[in-house]
Every structure is written in structure tokens, then in C-alpha cells.
Ligand binder design. Sequence first.
Ligand SMILES: Nc1ncnc2c1ncn2[C@@H]1O[C@H](COP(=O)(O)OP(=O)(O)OP(=O)(O)O)[C@@H](O)[C@H]1O
Length: 241
Amino acid sequence: MTAIEIQDLAVRFGRRRALDAITADFGTGVHGLLGPNGAGKSTLIRVLATLTAPSGGSVRLLGHPPAGADLRPLRREIGYLPQEFGWYPRFTAREFVEHFGWLKEVPAAELMPAVDRALRRVGLGDRADEKLKRLSGGMRRRVGIAQAIVNDPGLLLLDEPTAGLDPEQQDEFRELLRELGRDRCVVLATHLMSDAKACDQVLVLDAGRPVFRGTPAELADGGDLADGYRAVLGASRAGAA
Ligand SMILES: Nc1ncnc2c1ncn2[C@@H]1O[C@H](COP(=O)(O)OP(=O)(O)OP(=O)(O)O)[C@@H](O)[C@H]1O
């Protein structure tokens, strides 16, 4: 199934165009959003999370109507890790993930097994009863990923998921990413070429517009991925000048 169908999407904040002329489909697999600061990556993720309304165009998610009056059934199927998320220092990791599972309306009988499974998947099975204030920044990030997957979402949205993880944790996370992308649509915003390499497809945005869509190998174009990325940005800016 096509998880995301975006047609001529535009998002404006006052006179600023955060996104413009985005048309793209995303299916099962891991899709990376790349682009410099302010390119519109977080805005696109927030539109997909149903938190920012499009100013123009349409977005159809998981086969639900584009602008359904009741977003709850769709939101139950979405997992979202924001760039920065609030956390309650006195909650344990398990309580925190349980809270999000409850918000996502995971059925009561399935909730605790789902919480434990999500914590195990991010490698925190043995730290479940630790208070969040006692965990490192990287571990709290992993708790954030656990809350995003607790409802086994069909659409998983991750904004800079590897920020704050050490290199070993980043490698483990990319392994998890590949596993999660096997049977669902995962979209992640990232600045890291090493994250982009782990994606099936990448979409490069610049100043709110799409400037490249393809596989990481196509972006690298036989060379280094970072060079390919700089080349598509340079070409789009030369064209716009
Ligand atoms: N709520 C808002 N109100 C006004 N402008 C906004 C708002 N959210 C985003 N913008 C603007 O929209 C543009 C895109 O921002 P966005 O955060 O989506 O970019 P980004 O690619 O995620 O950047 P970064 O890599 O720095 O996280 C920027 O110019 C930003 O200032």
C-alpha cells in the first residue's frame, strides 16, 4: 500500500513558504528527508503527523481521507518522535512509554506487553524501571523512539532520531530502522549522511522545495554521498539564481 500520497503540498507561515510544490508517494521502507537548516524537514514531518495543516494541496495517509473530521483513527496508526520532546523526570521509562501507549489507545490488555516489547527493541529492557532523570541523554532518546513504536504504527515519523546517540548506539539504531522499515513506512529527518545511507529512498529539500528524490546510491552518483548531496543543492541553487 502507498502509505503517504502527497499532492502539490504547500505550507505557509504568514508570508514565509516553509514547503512548496511537494508531490511524492512513500510506500513501505525507510525514507530519509535531507536538507539544510530551515529546508522544511520538520514541517513536512509535522504535516505527516497531522499536527500542521497544509496551506495548499493534499496529503493522504494510510488510506484515510485527506482531511478527515476525526483524526483519532489515523493518529492511532502513527508513531512520532519530535526533534525535542518533553519528558517527565520522575516517570520511569516504562511509565513514560505506557503513558504514550495509553494516549495512542493501545487496548488495555495489550498495553504492558507492547510497552515491554518497545523498550526491549530499543535496548532498554533492563532499564525499564529507571527514572528518566537517571538516564543519559542518549538513553532518553531511545525511550523517545520506544514511545513512537509502542502502538506498532503503520507510519513511523522520526525527527532527527539519532541526535544525542553515540556512534555505537547510532549503528544499533540504524539496524532497528532497517528492521522497522521491512513492513511499514518510516520517514526520518536527518542531517547525517550515515543515517541517509541506511534509507531506501531519500528526498532532499531546499528552501521548502524538493530538489532530489531517489536512492542513496543515486544521490551519491558513483562517488561520496555527501558530495552528491552538495551537488544537488548546488545545482538547484544555480538553477534558481
Ligand atoms: N511555527 C512556525 N512559525 C513560523 N515559521 C515557522 C514555523 N515552523 C517552521 N517555520 C519556518 O519554516 C521553515 C522550515 O522550518 P523547518 O523547521 O521545517 O526546517 P528544518 O529543515 O526542519 O530545519 P532544521 O534542520 O534546522 O531542523 C523555516 O524557515 C522556519 O523558520
